[in-house]
Design a protein around this ligand. Structure first.
Ligand code: NAD
Ligand code: TYD
Length: 333
């Protein structure tokens, strides 16, 4: 690994990965290409800024010219860049198709032209859709429910088709819900922590009994690094936290850690087409020696502590425009 292109490296998982990669591969250079949408934040990369092995380029993964400039000289590519929030995809689906499908396509094309030796497409359990019992393995059919998961499925399928048609050394990693530092406070865990810190209501959708499987972002970074090193082209790898919980249970745990009352829980209108349960089996990556290291109890406590200590990071992200967005969608909270 000489020079790694990390697209979407200013977002939540991408920025955690950049910091991790600079430590894991002590001789490697890391180039970040990021459009800096509302979800991208250079503050996330503060720990890398002064590292001579780090470079940042602002640009869109759907812009072939800028992609060519960023990828030139890179031997491996990992694509985190995406529109990622299901609720936003219901309001503004077009950006999801442009970035998650056309952007991924553009990266694959340029990687083929420039001869990258590995391409990891970072994806999600949401492409499989909901499952009542058991768990999806990597050959399960894709049944996405939202414009977000449908766009991600499109990017995944293009990646796999490039591996088949053009022998592209490309593979797909599908993980369960991540949590940890630097997650934008629109997603369940950081939204609820930051609301609870301010004694604001926690808006639980529907009956709150939907199940998600939680994976600490550090564990996902380790899985992705392993796949960059040893993942097989044309193969899908599931990455599961092995910690299934109902949303209301996660909510109560956050309140308990913060010593806040459950009266902050507010049940609101459900998300349309809300998937009931996500669950993955991940024998393939386990066969490579990966296992999640962080228990949810420890990881959540640490994450709550991080948001408590980084108000200067999240407060500017929870301005009026953000609240207005939620008011429009869920009628206020
Ligand atoms: P995020 O929303 O925090 O960050 C996305 C990043 O991509 C931002 O920095 C944004 O500026 C950048 N970006 C968006 N559009 C771009 C474009 N057109 N060109 C260049 N950059 C662009 O997302 P995240 O939670 O860090 O997720 C990263 C990846 O992991 C995504 O592909 C997502 O689908 C996948 N994933 C996330 C989770 C999760 O729980 N967060 C779980 C499984 C998979
Ligand atoms: P989210 O963090 O948006 O991730 P995803 O939808 O990609 O799994 O949501 C996690 C779960 O929490 C999901 O079932 C929706 C639910 N949820 C709420 O109940 N209230 C909220 O305000 C948010 C953002 C999510």
């Amino acid at each position: 690994m000489d020079r790694i292109l990390v697209t979407g490296g200013a977002g939540f998982i991408g920025s955690n990965f950049v910091l991790y990669a600079l430590e894991r591969w002590r001789d490697a250079h890391v180039v970040v290409l990021d459009k800096l949408t509302y979800a991208g934040n250079l503050e996330n990369l503060q720990g890398a800024r002064d590292n001579p092995r780090f470079a940042f380029i602002r640009g869109d993964i759907a812009d072939e010219e800028v992609v060519r400039r960023a990828m030139d000289g890179c031997d491996v590519v990992i694509n985190f860049a995406a529109e990622t929030h299901v609720d936003r995809s219901i309001l503004f689906p077009k950006e999801f198709v442009l970035t998650d499908v056309v952007g991924t396509f553009t990266l694959l094309e340029v990687a083929r032209e420039l001869g990258a030796s590995k391409f990891v497409q970072v994806s999600t359990d949401e492409v499989y859709g909901s499952i009542d019992e058991g768990a999806f393995d990597e050959i399960a059919a894709l049944e996405p429910s939202s414009p977000y998961s449908a766009s991600k499925a499109g990017g995944d399928l293009l990646t796999l088709a490039y591996a088949k048609t053009f022998d592209a050394p490309a593979l797909v990693a599908r993980s369960t819900n991540n949590y940890g530092p630097y997650q934008y406070p629109e997603k369940l865990v950081p939204l609820f922590i930051t609301n609870a810190l301010d004694d604001k209501p926690l808006p639980v959708y529907g009956d709150g009994r939907q199940v998600r499987d939680w994976l600490h972002v550090r564990d996902n970074c380790e899985a992705l690094a392993l796949l960059l090193e040893r993942g097989e082209p044309g193969v899908v790898y599931n990455v599961a936290g092995g910690c299934e919980l109902e949303n209301v249970d996660v909510t109560k745990r956050i309140l308990k850690i913060l010593g806040k009352g459950e009266d902050l829980i507010t049940y609101v209108k459900d998300r349309p087409a809300h998937d009931r349960r996500y669950a993955l089996s991940c024998e393939r990556i386990k066969a490579l020696g990966w296992n999640p290291q962080t228990s949810f109890d420890v990881g959540l406590e640490e994450t709550v502590g991080w948001y408590g200590e980084h108000e200067d990071w999240w407060r500017p992200l929870k301005g009026e425009a953000f609240d207005e967005y939620y008011r429009r969608q869920y009628g206020g909270r």
